[in-house]
Each structure stands twice: as C-alpha cells, then as structure tokens.
Design a protein around this ligand. Structure first.
Ligand SMILES: [Zn+2]
Length: 305
C-alpha cells in the first residue's frame, strides 16, 4: 500500500507541469520596465528594478545588493541611450553573469523600435554635461512607446521561455486592448489644452508632450543634468511671462526652490509630474502613471487645485 502511494507521488512529481518550474528572474533599470514585465509575464516572472520610481534615473546610487540581484537574473532590461551609463556597466561586470551582458540573449534594450526624440544630427559629445547624448532617454512617457516596449518584452520572454509563449501573447493582447481604451480616455481629458505650452524642470517630457499635443517651451535646467543657474532662471521667467505659460512641470526628485521662484515671479503653477511607476504611492503600474499625470495637468490647466 505504502509503495503504491509512493509510486503515485513519484508519478505526480514526474508530470508536474513546467508552471511550477523556477520563475524567470528579470531585473530592469527602471520601475516602468519592471511593471510592464510583470504585466506581460504574470506569475511566470519575478521582476524587480534597480532604480525606484521616485529617483532620478540618470543618477542611481549603486548598492551592493544590486550585484547580487544581477548575478541571479535571467534577463536584464534597460532603457538604453546611455540613461544607465553612470552606474550599470560596472555592476553588470561585477555580477559575473554572462547571461545578461549586452548582446547576450538575456539583455534587452527597450529603446529598440521606440520613437526616440532629439537624436543628435552631429557627432555626439557629453560636453557641458548633457546627459542625453544619443537622444531623449525618457521615451516610455509616450504610451505608444509603452506598447512597443511591451511587445518587445513579450517576444523576449517567449524566446527565453518558449513553453509559455501563448500566455505571454495573451497578456500582451490584454495589455494592448486596455492601453488603447485608456489612451482614448487620457487624450480626451487633455484635448481641451492641446497646443498649450509648458516649462519642465528636466527634459523628461518630450514624448509625453508630443503624444498629448502639449508644447515644451523650455527647461529650468540649462542643459539636461545641469542645475539651474541665475542667468538661465531669468530667461525662463521671461519665457513664462512672454508666452503666458501656466504650468511648470517638475519631476519629484528635484528641488522645488527654482520652480517656485519662477512661479512667484510669473503666476504659473508648479505641478509635480511623475516620470515613473512608483514615483508616488498611488502609481502602482504603467496605467496609473498616465492617470496621475494626465489628471494633474488637466487640473492645473483647468485652474483647479
Ligand atoms: Zn534625462
């Protein structure tokens, strides 16, 4: 009797479906990429990001735990365009994980296929500290780029885990259907303000602005990655007054001192704009990211608090 139970148990074990096999360990640089990976991968993946959504994605402080996390990863997804140049390359080396090296199957550059704005037309240099030398790396703030990224993630997960391709395809389809519906909702909310000019702190918003028909007239930073200077701040005050700009959009990780100074001199409103999932507690996923920013901007343009 006992041996029959044992045999049955062994048989059950032998036919345990691969669903109980180890999950794919996915590390990403950005919380947005981790969120999209979880949406597509569901319970087949364990996705985690190095940068938190409330941190400046250009200047992430490397922690020893990052190396451990990378050493265990089956897949590393990055924004590319040198967004991670300040911290990630040495961590990849130190992880001693050949699976996730650039060019390996476990490395995915999410910028491929996305609409990248501000690509340089001349030879690139990082002179003057410009941290966008290969074009704007904040491209995930356009939901259509989010769609491209989700497709790339689904394809990559299917490549690494072909037994569950149908699951990834189904999740992608559900994501795209919801994205299309939500995007119509977002566009409708901002449609009354089409063509409105805004000033932003960092050049994080060109893709978002283009998609929602807003115009970024200038940045509080003299160049991406360079802190405000008195002479540039004066230019911004004059720009906001001259163009009657009503909104200064500031990422949550920048000092509000200069934006508030500009607001005081001009009457424009300072609005916190969240570039990433997790930028604040009520942005748990990629859809909530746009819900939050669209509502914040619509309220500011509409003159509500
Ligand atoms: Zn940037």
């Amino acid at each position: 009797m006992r041996s029959r139970i044992l045999a049955a148990a062994l048989l059950a074990l032998a036919f345990t479906p691969a669903a109980h096999a180890k999950k794919l360990a996915v590390m990403t640089s950005l919380s947005d990429l981790a969120s999209l990976t979880s949406t597509i991968g569901g319970d087949r993946v364990e996705a985690d990001s190095l940068a938190k959504g409330y941190q400046d994605p250009h200047f992430v402080e490397a922690k020893p735990t990052f190396i451990l996390k990378l050493s265990r990863a089956d897949l590393l997804i990055v924004a590319g365009l040198e967004l991670e140049i300040g911290y990630l390359p040495p961590l990849i080396d130190q992880s001693r994980n050949a699976r996730i090296h650039p060019g390996a199957p476990g490395y995915l550059d999410a910028s491929a296929g996305c609409e990248i704005l501000g690509r340089p037309t001349q030879q690139v240099t990082r002179a003057m500290g410009d941290v966008h030398p290969y074009g704007n790396p904040h491209y995930w703030t356009d939901p259509e780029n989010g769609r491209v990224i989700a497709r790339a993630i689904a394809a990559k997960l299917s490549e690494l885990d072909p037994a569950h391709k149908a699951d990834y395809d189904r999740s992608l389809q559900a994501f795209e259907t919801k994205l299309t519906a939500k995007d119509a909702e977002w566009r409708k909310k901002l449609a009354p303000y089409a063509g409105s000019k805004i000033v932003t702190f960092h050049d994080s918003w060109p893709n978002f602005a283009k998609h929602f028909q807003l115009v970024v007239a200038g940045q509080v930073e003299p160049k991406p990655g360079i802190p405000p200077s008195p002479s540039h701040t004066l230019e911004i005050v004059n720009l906001v007054l001259g163009e009657k700009i009503r909104v200064i959009l500031v990422e949550p990780y920048f000092d509000l001192k200069t934006p508030k100074y500009v607001a005081d001199k001009t009457g424009a409103a300072v609005v916190v704009g969240y570039p990433s999932v997790g930028g604040t507690k009520d942005i748990p996923d990629y859809f909530a990211l746009f819900d939050k920013n669209v509502d914040g901007l619509a309220a500011a343009f509409g003159g509500k608090p």
